[in-house]
Design a protein around this ligand. Structure first.
Ligand code: CP
Ligand code: NVA
Length: 321
């Protein structure tokens, strides 16, 4: 593929820093992570390449995870380090020890922390009190590592990012929509979010991203109309209607999102070479049909694989010497 437009070097700008959200990364930092991802992916599993030899990564999970947990654990191990999976309920954190004390203590043992938590504010607090970098492995607000893998996947498939149109169909107010709005604006991609009323991106989020989109000559459009989003889209992206933590709203959401399914009819409105993305896990038959997720336009499993390569680039950039 050759992301030769990007600089082939580790991302020096984020060494030792937290990665809490895509809004906090600069355009160059994002492009540099994608470039490094390309080189680590090309290298494959090379146990002679151990830039994180002797480093430990604490991985706190308050919610379920397949991709984030496994890709971080495999990534740190393949890079020469060690990852400790820490279920929140097994930690004293699950019995009421404070986030502040947990942060202080873990900082004495590990070189970095990945955390998946219900509340973004908790992750911010952990980062504030930890002396080691904290990486957001998903909160109610953002899922930055997933969005970086998504941008990398789009680049791999389309050979460019700038000027493409991504249509996000579904819950415009969830963590994926927010991270993609920030990410697309940073790299100059147009994003149109189609969501029912009450589930559209908050104005504050769009306003944060607007500055970047203006600088990068791209558009952010919010609509109720799936056709407006899908028309001429290079990428159609969807995610579950009910995110983790919102289970009590599932029935109400199923009704609200009726008509927001990514199916073959919707694909016909997009460009002929459209790709379909989903961060997974999918609720097949709700936000996406079997025919589409298993069909020729779907790149969802390449997208899932790329989580591993992107995690490596993130870990090397933040925790490498
Ligand atoms: N996409 C994603 O983050 O998947 P998991 O919930 O399995 O980690
Ligand atoms: N929006 C989904 C993403 C899962 C990876 C959730 O938060 O459950």
């Amino acid at each position: 593929m050759g992301i030769n437009i990007y600089k082939e070097k580790p991302v020096s700008g984020i060494k030792g820093k937290d990665l809490l959200g895509l809004s906090e990364l600069s355009k160059d930092e994002i492009l540099d992570i994608l470039a490094l991802t390309e080189s680590v992916k090309k290298r494959g599993t090379d146990l002679n390449y151990q830039p994180l030899k002797g480093k430990t990564l604490g991985m706190i999970f308050e919610k379920n995870s397949t991709r984030t947990r496994v890709s971080f654990e495999v990534a740190i191990w393949q890079l020469g380090g060690y990852g400790l999976f820490l279920n929140k309920n097994d930690l004293q954190l699950g019995r009421g020890e404070t986030i502040e004390d947990t942060a202080r203590v873990l900082s004495r043992y590990v070189d970095g922390i990945v955390i998946r938590a219900y509340f973004h504010e908790d992750v911010k607090k952990l980062a504030e009190y930890a002396d080691v970098p904290v990486i957001n492995g998903l909160t109610d607000f953002e899922h930055p590592c997933q969005a970086l893998a998504d941008l990398f996947t789009i680049y791999e498939k389309k050979k460019r990012l700038n000027g493409l149109k991504l249509a996000f169909i579904g819950d415009g107010n969830n963590n994926m929509a927010t991270s993609l709005i920030f990410g697309c604006a940073k790299v100059g991609m147009d994003i149109t979010v189609a969501s029912p009323k009450g589930y559209q991106p908050k104005k504050e989020i769009v306003n944060i991203a607007l500055r970047d989109s203006i600088l990068n000559n791209s558009k952010i459009i919010v609509t109720e109309d799936v056709k407006e989003a899908a028309e001429d889209a290079d990428v159609i992206y969807t995610d579950v209607w009910t995110s983790m933590g919102q289970e009590s709203e599932a029935e109400e959401r199923k009704k609200a999102f009726y008509g927001y399914q990514v199916n073959e009819k919707l694909l016909k409105m997009a460009k002929k070479d459209v790709i379909v993305m989903h961060c997974l896990p999918a609720h097949r038959g709700e936000e996406i049909t079997d025919e589409v997720i298993d069909g020729p336009y779907s790149v969802v499993f390449d997208q899932a694989e790329n989580r591993l390569h992107v995690q490596k680039a993130i870990l090397i950039s933040i925790m490498g010497d």
